[in-house]
Write a new protein. Sequence first.
Length: 256
Amino acid sequence: MVELKTDTSIDAMHVAGQVVGRALTAVRQAADVGVSLLELDEVAREVLREAGASSPFLGYRPSFAPTPFPAVICASVNDAIVHGIPTRYRLRDGDLVSVDCGAALDGWVGDSAISFVTGRPRPSDLRLIETAERALAAGIEAAVVGNRIGDIAHAVGRICRTAGYGIPAGFGGHGVGRRMHEDPEVPNEGRPGRGLPLRHGMVLAIEPMLVASGKDGYHEASDGWTLRTNDGSRAAHVEHTVAITETGPRVLTERR
């Protein structure tokens, strides 16, 4: 069931979303060659602590997971698409890093993700990230009252496919509210004019995931969480929590 949020609730979700935005900004600033993924996780933890927020990631255990998630960020490097567990791995020159983070504050959740390169970037990585950001922007632009879920999915997928990138099947965005994952699902590819109508008060996480090689295949790593590309090619993941309103889409996790 899709819960429609009141304007007051959306304002409260924006407060939680701003905590996420600050956490991701802090992580991006701290990320450098030689910094470990665990150190980045601690940076995000400190932002949550200062805000009095908790993490919807920490201890999360969906049905597919062998163990509860042990961190407040997902840190996915190079061929890892999503759900990477922060480890002692130290970032190297040219690593492509995707960081996903959430915050729960006063009963409401924000969820967002960024991708970036540490050190000297490959031009191909910058193109991949830029395309992911364009796909996210297109999805947000389609998130208007009167459209349907399929319009968001089509907008995201068209940007990705036109650029020649792969889209991992079965993974995409979702509703957000009191819980991190709520109805409806928001695919990263689909047919326009199909699916659930978008209404004022719906809040969605829109999150393109792109595979550089153009292939869609992926597999689950031995940790039971991380999804990696089958061919070892690089991946990017970006995300915003977005409210559907009568005046247009409202991004609740913007970064300043």
